[in-house]
Design a protein around this ligand. Structure first.
Ligand SMILES: *Cc1c(COP(=O)(O)O)cnc(C)c1O
Length: 374
């Protein structure tokens, strides 16, 4: 771990745009580059020319997933701003809120998680217990309105006790500073292609929640002059993730980067081009689908890689659907694995759920959703 001075030379983005290195706050938390796995026999079985997986599930030695890349920049900025506490938002099983709690603690910051309810699952239970173990203050609200009021209240309360307003981190970490971490990932992939780790993929499949990962990769591939199509698979309500909102986020991110380094390219295409893959979302956010769980099972059995039912399983189901329809026979395909596969729970002391705020007990007392057998 370190700050700008000792850690940044490894970042592909900064090697390419040294102007950014001087002014973009960053703290090293993860382990990069993440490896790429070649799934030769699964690719053959599916009739795909080349099938590869970008192992962002190993982006950290203790806790991985796509949020680590964003948090290196978001928490870097929080440190630079002198923050003592960070406050973030998500649904109750949020991997983002957990990653924030986990890495905030690593760098000596306290964290507050503001949740809205979601369908029950084992992953949600594990995330809540680990978040609690990491010292996160956990709150859940029944509606957006009470969440907004609760945020005002908690902000006032924490400001009074710690003498400083908590630093807000948006849902999923998908604000321009966080997305810079994903843009770096695109440059990282380019370096790996140049080093012969894999041939340039024709298409990258990725799950879309708060949109930052898909937007960041699209900007990054254009900035790195890589002709790679992003297939963004929507796994959250269409009011939250849609083409228009992705364009806005892309525009804001490019504007942010160009305000720091005018040499960063304008990336016109990335500000326009979003066609979300529909049809894999199912009925509700975090409600697992049959196709998604089949995709989870298939990858576990073929490669020993664990996906989740909320995001990565649904995205991999889209890839499977396209492969089986014969649309990928001539394609080199990269699946961007956004889910954490490290096991920080292994070393966690048993946390009794009764120690969580009362409101969360029901998740441990009511059954998990039917498709979440384990
Ligand atoms: C957050 C998350 C995503 C979605 O990434 P966004 O940048 O929010 O679109 C995908 N997969 C997993 C496992 C996640 O936790």
């Amino acid at each position: 771990m370190g700050t700008n001075a000792d850690s940044t030379p490894w970042l592909s983005l900064f090697r390419e745009h040294p102007g950014l290195e001087r002014c973009v706050p960053h703290v090293s938390l993860g382990e990069f580059p993440t490896p790429i796995t070649h799934c030769a026999s699964l690719g053959t079985a599916l009739g795909v020319k080349g099938l590869y997986i970008k192992r962002d599930d190993w982006s950290g030695s203790q806790y991985g997933g796509n949020k680590v890349r964003k948090l290196e920049f978001l928490l870097g900025k929080a440190l630079q701003d002198g923050a003592k506490e960070v406050l973030t938002f998500g649904f109750t099983g949020s991997n983002h809120a957990l990653a924030t709690a986990f890495y905030a603690r690593e760098i000596g910051l306290r964290s507050i998680s503001m949740f809205l309810p979601q369908p029950n699952s084992w992953n949600l239970r594990r995330n809540l217990l680990l978040g609690y173990h990491c010292g996160a203050e956990l709150h859940e609200y029944s509606s957006r309105r009470t969440l907004a009021l609760g945020t005002i209240y908690q902000t006032a309360r924490h400001t009074m006790f710690s003498g400083r307003k908590p630093t807000f981190i948006p849902p999923g970490g998908s604000a321009p500073p966080g997305i810079v971490g994903i843009i770096n990932a695109a440059f990282e992939l380019r370096d790996q292609i140049r080093a012969g780790v894999m041939a340039k993929p024709d298409v990258v499949y990725v799950a879309v929640g708060s949109m930052g990962t898909a937007v960041g990769l699209t900007i990054g591939f254009e900035a790195a002059e890589l002709d790679i199509r992003v297939a963004p698979v929507r796994v959250i309500d269409a009011t939250l993730a849609n083409a228009e909102r992705m364009q806005t986020l892309a525009r804001e991110t490019v504007t942010y980067l160009r305000s720091l380094d005018p040499n960063f390219p304008t990336c016109h295409r990335a500000q326009m081009e979003y066609t979300l893959r529909e049809g894999f979302f199912g009925a509700h956010y975090a409600l697992y689908t049959k196709e998604g769980m089949e995709a989870v099972r298939l990858l576990r059995e073929a490669e020993g890689i664990q996906l989740d039912g909320t995001y990565s399983g649904k995205a991999f189901a889209a890839l499977l659907g396209d492969a089986r329809a014969g649309n990928l026979t001539e394609k080199t395909v990269l699946f961007w694995n956004t889910f954490n596969s490290r096991d920080p729970w292994r070393t966690m002391p048993d946390v009794d759920y009764h120690r969580l705020p009362h409101r969360f007990h029901r998740y441990f007392e009511e059954p998990v959703q039917p498709l979440d057998a384990e």
